[in-house]
Write a protein that binds this ligand. Structure first.
Ligand SMILES: Nc1ncnc2c1ncn2[C@@H]1O[C@H](COP(=O)(O)OP(=O)(O)OP(=O)(O)O)[C@@H](O)[C@H]1O
Ligand SMILES: [Mg+2]
Length: 98
């Protein structure tokens, strides 16, 4: 597993379309280590869709997401080994008990 001291995440013209509807349209941003990032927007702005693409659960229909220069779209395992992710709705096996 690769552990990074410094991380750079680049959203490079990321688009996610569902049919004709673009949930995320041509989104670009660069994020760096040593900070907390808030992703804020109204309902249906595309926040969850963007995070699902970053966390490699879905692939963008266009554009790329780079972690320290490596495409997590093409190489999802490059991110999965170092990712901690707690989603809004948590899928779990209902038969599991605390
Ligand atoms: N799997 C899907 N199939 C079709 N449309 C989708 C799908 N997922 C999201 N959408 C649409 O994409 C748009 C963005 O949805 P998304 O859930 O990313 O927004 P959000 O910013 O997370 O909203 P909220 O604040 O309500 O959580 C919405 O119009 C939504 O209906
Ligand atoms: Mg959401």
């Amino acid at each position: 597993m690769k552990v990074y001291d410094d991380m750079e995440i680049i959203f490079d013209h990321v688009t996610m379309k569902f049919g004709d509807h673009a949930a995320v349209k041509n989104f670009s941003a660069t994020l760096n280590t040593h900070g907390v990032v808030g992703l804020i927007g109204p309902n249906a702005a595309g926040k969850s869709t963007l995070i699902r693409m970053l966390t490699t659960q879905t692939k963008p229909t266009d554009g790329d997401i780079l972690l320290n220069g490596t495409s997590v779209v093409k190489h999802p395992d490059s991110l999965r080994g170092i990712l901690g992710y707690l989603p809004q709705q948590i899928p779990y096996y209902p038969e599991l008990t605390v």
